[in-house]
Design a protein around this ligand. Structure first.
Ligand SMILES: [Zn+2]
Length: 77
């Protein structure tokens, strides 16, 4: 990932960390809405329009076992 991309993602991450998981306009293509997917220990942000994405354990200081409106992807169930 380029440094510029990391900076753009940081703005989105700040919003997500603040609890916002919808109406996240993609800073790359300006067309897509960033989709937030929480996995067991990682969070994935992806634009369905231009396919830019970032993935990582961004919430290591937060518990994720409470119900929330995030999109949960569970495979094999
Ligand atoms: Zn996009």
């Amino acid at each position: 990932m380029s440094e510029e991309a990391a900076i753009l993602w940081q703005d989105i991450l700040d919003l997500v960390m603040g609890g916002r998981v919808s109406n996240l306009a993609c800073p790359f293509c300006q067309k897509g809405q960033i989709q937030v997917t929480k996995l067991a220990r990682t969070t994935r942000l992806e634009c369905p329009s231009c396919r830019q994405f970032i993935e990582g354990a961004f919430q290591d200081s937060m518990e994720t076992d409470s119900p929330d409106p995030l999109v949960i992807t569970k495979e094999g169930q």
